[in-house]
Design a protein around this ligand. Structure first.
Ligand code: SAM
Ligand code: SF4
Length: 476
């Protein structure tokens, strides 16, 4: 299909929606929340804008509760964890907010070799216990599709013996520059999970101020259509995001929503995940920290949850622990044990160099600590990557998510993969908490006759026992 390239983000239309100031009544808001809870499709921008105009604190509490209930309905009480692997900070762009930009003379430039990527992977999957990574690079001729494809193959090839089984990365998502269909086919062939590119800001005027002319990133439309190209290349899990704090957050939510609806319209598949990084102060950047308050951030995440009901939402360690706790009920994924210095997991370079990284992290706690905290809050950590490997991607997973069917798989696979992690990597303290949680989860499955059939329950028990004996990667 030949795509007509035009800016589908209608700036004037979004600005006119945002200009409206009439506060909607409670009845209108509740109708929108009901539509969202049905989860079948993204909201209309005008509906999302109504939610934004709510002033009553009580009504906001209803919005937060609906967002949490929606998350539970679609994904159950599981949180998937992952880690970023920053492989190179070489970059030809000059994004004013980023520590990797070419004009930042303070940055020490590094690009990991395949051997160094292997070292990083060994720590991530063999010592910490991650199963899922996001591979991140700046934009540079030496870290294009060929480099990324070789890196993916290297990462998937690493297998490390653990206490009871073995550790291996089962899913590598990629956050890299927009690419051509031809290049995207190369990374598809190497086994990419989700292709993640953030538009940064959907306001084209602001975009041109932040991305100097003459750099590849200054091409707003090339970036806006990279997910379309990914679909053309056969990658059917794509991820959207905006860098919150650059412009008006309300505009960005409507931009993200319009983008999601465009993908739904053209490809019948919306974004697999949506990210909402908040701007952090970066090394050598004059652009300060974002000015979005914690309360507004909570509103942003709840509104995204309700606006694009089927999409996974990712909160990152850019945020402080208390901020993450406030939005985790609406989210599906978070990172932990995160390091963003190039080669930082395996100490490829010295500490001083690493300090000159892309931006500053808010949550530097270990995966073990994070999992313990999630367990205290009643969330089971899932290392599940099975959806992709069992063909539950693209429109297949969209249908399951929209119908609420995916939450069954989420629950079962969370139990199995959590068991693996507890036996291989948990500290005594976290293991104790994890055991209690797993017992509760299994009990819930056994008691839910309608949701889980007898055969499923039997398979769960068989798989669970086999995993306890050291077998790995059994899933639904
Ligand atoms: N170079 C690729 C690109 O720009 O799409 C991918 C790598 S870039 C490091 C990944 C993301 O980091 C960007 O899309 C941007 O949203 C985010 N980022 C850049 N500077 C940031 C900052 N100061 N605070 C928070 N996130 C930032
Ligand atoms: Fe380079 Fe991406 Fe940073 Fe821009 S955001 S300077 S493209 S790494």
């Amino acid at each position: 299909m030949k795509t007509e390239i035009k800016n589908f983000i209608d700036r004037e239309h979004i600005l006119s929606i945002l200009k409206e100031s009439k506060e909607p009544c409670a009845k209108e808001i509740r109708e929108i929340l009901k539509k969202s809870l049905e989860a079948s499709q993204a909201l209309e921008p005008s509906e999302a804008a109504k939610l934004m105009r709510v002033k009553s604190p009580d009504l906001w509490e209803e919005i937060f509760s609906a967002a949490a209930a929606l998350k539970k309905k679609i994904y159950d009480n599981r949180i998937v964890t992952f880690a970023p692997l920053y492989a190179s900070n070489l970059c030809v762009n000059n994004c004013l907010y980023c520590g990797f930009r070419t004009g930042n003379s303070q940055a020490v430039r590094r690009k990991l070799s395949l051997e160094e990527i292997e070292k990083e992977t060994r720590v991530l999957c063999g010592e910490i216990g991650h199963k899922r990574l996001i591979f991140v690079v700046g934009e540079h001729p030496s870290t294009g599709a060929d480099y990324i494809a070789s890196a993916l193959k290297k990462i998937y090839s690493v297998k490390v013996k653990t206490k009871l089984g073995f550790g291996q990365i089962r899913r590598v998502n990629v956050n890299a520059a927009p690419m051509s269909v031809e290049d995207l086919k190369k990374i598809k062939e190497a086994g990419i999970g989700t292709y993640q590119v953030f538009q940064e800001t959907y306001d084209e005027e602001l975009y041109s101020k932040l991305h100097p002319a003459g750099t590849p990133k200054s091409d707003f439309l090339w970036r806006l259509y990279c997910h379309h190209r990914a679909f053309e290349a056969g990658i059917d899990d794509v991820a959207l995001g905006a860098l919150f704090g650059l412009g008006d957050w309300r505009f960005e939510i409507l931009g993200l929503l319009t983008h999601a609806r465009e993908l739904e319209k053209v490809f019948k598949i919306g974004p697999h995940t949506v990210s909402f990084p908040r701007l952090e102060k970066a090394c050598g950047s004059k652009i300060g920290e974002n000015k979005i308050s914690g309360q507004d951030f909570k509103k942003i995440v709840a509104l995204l949850r309700l606006s694009v009901p089927y999409a996974g939402l990712i909160v990152t360690a850019r945020e402080k622990p208390e901020t993450i706790r406030s939005v985790i009920p609406f989210c599906t994924q978070r990172d932990a044990s995160t390091k963003i210095g190039i080669g930082a997991y395996s100490h490829v370079y010295n500490k001083q160099e690493l300090e000159k990284q892309q931006f500053e992290l808010g949550d530097t706690r270990s995966l073990d600590e994070v999992i313990g905290e999630l367990a205290d809050m009643g969330y089971i950590t899932s290392f599940c990557t099975s959806g992709y490997r069992c063909g539950r991607t693209g429109d297949h997973i969209m249908k399951l998510l929209k119908s609420g069917g995916e939450s069954r798989f989420c629950k079962l696979n969370a139990i199995l993969t959590f068991r693996e992690w507890l036996d291989d990597f948990a500290s005594e303290k976290t293991k104790e908490k994890g055991e209690k949680l797993i017992e509760k989860e299994i009990k819930e499955v056994m008691e839910q006759g309608e949701r889980f059939g007898a055969e499923t329950k039997k398979t769960l028990c068989v798989y669970y026992e086999r995993i306890k004996k050291g077998e790995r990667d059994l899933c639904f």
